[in-house]
Ligand binder design. Structure first.
Ligand SMILES: Cc1cc2nc3c(=O)[nH]c(=O)nc-3n(C[C@H](O)[C@H](O)[C@H](O)COP(=O)(O)OP(=O)(O)OC[C@H]3O[C@@H](n4cnc5c(N)ncnc54)[C@H](O)[C@@H]3O)c2cc1C
Length: 398
C-alpha cells in the first residue's frame, strides 16, 4: 500500500518539497501528487521584470518534473479538510476530493491591499503573474510623461520602481515609502540606493503612508495628493484564506503555525512551507516571506517527512539569512549582507557586480526547483509498512 503525499502549490517551496521527497523515498512506497493551478513554474521573484516588459523563460512542469515520479495534478485547490484528511480541487472536468496520508501546504501568497480604500478598483500589483501581466499591458499604453507611483518602500517596491524607470525612462516614476528610502540598510547601501534612484530619475516620497487610491492619484495620511496615472501596490503579501478556514492552528493573518521541521503544531500529518507557513527563525523571529527562507524550509520539511516515514534521523539544520539581494533594474543591484536573523551589517556589494550576483541568485532559485537535492546523489529509502499506514505522525528518532 502506497503512502499518499499531496503537496499543494508548485511554487518555489512546494515544487522543491515534492521533488525532494521523490528523491528520498522509493517510488513503490509513496504516491506523490503535486497540485497546482498552472501548468508551468512561475518565477515569482521576476514579476517586476515581467511587468516592465521582459519575457521570462518558459518553464513547463512537463519538463521540470519529467522522470521524477511526481504526479502533477493541474487543478485549483478550493478547500482542505484536515480532520477528514482530504483536499477539494476543481479542474476543467469538475470538482473532486483527494485523500492524503501526509499533506504539504505550500499555496504561497498574493498581494496585500491592507484594506486601503480604492486599492481593489485602481491599484495594480505584481505579487503573481496575472497581476504582473495586467500591469505590463497598462504600462505599455502609457504615454511619455505620465506618472507611475509605486507604493511600498520594501524590497519589492524598490525592485519594481527601478525596473519600471529603467525600462521606461520616458515615464515619471515615483516611490512612496512609509519611512525613509532603504532605512533598514547599512549606510553604504542607503547611499547607493539614493544614487541609483537619482540616476533613474525616480521621485521619492518619504514618510508617505498612503491611505487612499483614486484613478489618478494616491493620498497620504497627512493629506497630500500624489498624481498617479498608474499605482503599483507593493506593501507586503497576504496568504490565501484556505488554511484559515480549516481547524489548523494559524496566526491572525492565516499562516499555518509550524515547528522546526515545518510540521503543523496542531495536525501532525500536515506540513506547511513558504509564505503560507509561520515558522520561527534565528533570534526567535518569524521567518520572512521569501525564497531565501522558504527554500531551506522546503528541504527541511521533505527531509523530516522522509525521516518519519523511514525511521531515519530528523534533520536539524537551522535556517538562517546571509544577504538581501535587490535588483535595481538590469544594470544595477544591491547585495546587503545580514546577520543570521536578517539585520543589516556594514558590508554591501553594489553596482554591476551586484546585478550579476542577483541574476545568478534568481537563476539558482529556479535551478534549485528542478534539482531539489542540489544535484547530490541520494538513496531512496524504504517506507516501513507500519509507518506508511500510521502516516507521518509516527515518531522518528530525534
Ligand atoms: C516581485 C517579487 C520579487 C521577489 N523577490 C524576492 C527575492 O529577491 N528574494 C526572495 O527571497 N524572495 C523574493 N520574493 C518573494 C518570493 O517570491 C516568495 O516568498 C516565494 O515565491 C514564496 O514561495 P511559495 O512556494 O511559498 O509560494 P509561491 O512561489 O507563490 O507558489 C505558490 C504556488 O501555489 C499555486 N497556488 C496558489 N493558490 C492555489 C490554489 N488555490 N490552487 C492551486 N494552486 C494554487 C500558485 O499558482 C503557485 O504556483 C519576491 C516576490 C515578488 C512578488
Amino acid at each position: 500500500m502506497q503512502h499518499r503525499i499531496i503537496v499543494l502549490g508548485a511554487g518555489y517551496t512546494g515544487a522543491i518539497a515534492a521533488g525532494r521527497l521523490a528523491k528520498r523515498l522509493r517510488r513503490e512506497d509513496v504516491a506523490i501528487t503535486l497540485v497546482n493551478a498552472e501548468p508551468d513554474f512561475v518565477e515569482r521573484v521576476r514579476m517586476h521584470q515581467l511587468a516592465a516588459g521582459q519575457d521570462l523563460k518558459p518553464r513547463p512542469f512537463s519538463e521540470m518534473l519529467a522522470g521524477t515520479g511526481v504526479d502533477l495534478r493541474l487543478a485549483k485547490v478550493t478547500d482542505v479538510d484536515v480532520d477528514a484528511m482530504t483536499v477539494a480541487v476543481i479542474d476543467a472536468n469538475g470538482a473532486e476530493e483527494l485523500a492524503y496520508d501526509t499533506l504539504v501546504y505550500a499555496l504561497g501568497s498574493g498581494w496585500n491591499a491592507q484594506g486601503v480604500p480604492g486599492t481593489a478598483e485602481h491599484a495594480y500589483e505584481i505579487a503573481g503573474r496575472p497581476g504582473a501581466l495586467r500591469l505590463r499591458e497598462r504600462l505599455a499604453r502609457l504615454d511619455a510623461g505620465q506618472t507611475v507611483v509605486v507604493v511600498g518602500g520594501g524590497l519589492t517596491g524598490l525592485e519594481a520602481a527601478t525596473e519600471i524607470a529603467e525600462a521606461r525612462p520616458d515615464l515619471d516614476v515615483a516611490l512612496a515609502a512609509r519611512g525613509e528610502l532603504g532605512d533598514w540598510l547599512a549606510p553604504k547601501g542607503r547611499e547607493h540606493l539614493r544614487k541609483v534612484f537619482g540616476k533613474l530619475g525616480i521621485t521619492v516620497h518619504e514618510h508617505a503612508a498612503v491611505t487612499g487610491v483614486e484613478a489618478d492619484r494616491v493620498t497620504t495620511a497627512d493629506g497630500k495628493a500624489i498624481p498617479a496615472a498608474v499605482t503599483v501596490w507593493t506593501t507586503g503579501f497576504a496568504v490565501h484564506p484556505i488554511a484559515k478556514a480549516t481547524t489548523l492552528e494559524v496566526t491572525g493573518t492565516g499562516q499555518i503555525v509550524v515547528d522546526g521541521t515545518m510540521r503543523s503544531v496542531s495536525h501532525p500529518d500536515v506540513y506547511a512551507v513558504g509564505d503560507a507557513a509561520m515558522a520561527m527563525g534565528p533570534g526567535d523571529k518569524p521567518l520572512r516571506m521569501s525564497c531565501a527562507s522558504g527554500t531551506p524550509a522546503a528541504w527541511q520539511a521533505a527531509d523530516a517527512i522522509a525521516a518519519r516515514l523511514t525511521g531515519g534521523k530528523l534533520p536539524n539544520a537551522p535556517i538562517r539569512y546571509f544577504n538581501q539581494c535587490i535588483s535595481l533594474g538590469r544594470k544595477e543591484g544591491l547585495i546587503q549582507y545580514v546577520t543570521a536573523d536578517d539585520r543589516a551589517v556594514q558590508a554591501v556589494l553594489t553596482g554591476r557586480l551586484a546585478a550579476v550576483y542577483k541574476e545568478l541568485v534568481c537563476k539558482g532559485a529556479a535551478w534549485g526547483v528542478a534539482n531539489p537535492t542540489l544535484g547530490l546523489p541520494t538513496r531512496r529509502r524504504r517506507v516501513t509498512r507500519e509507518r506508511a499506514t500510521a502516516g507521518s505522525a509516527v515518531k522518528a528518532p530525534a
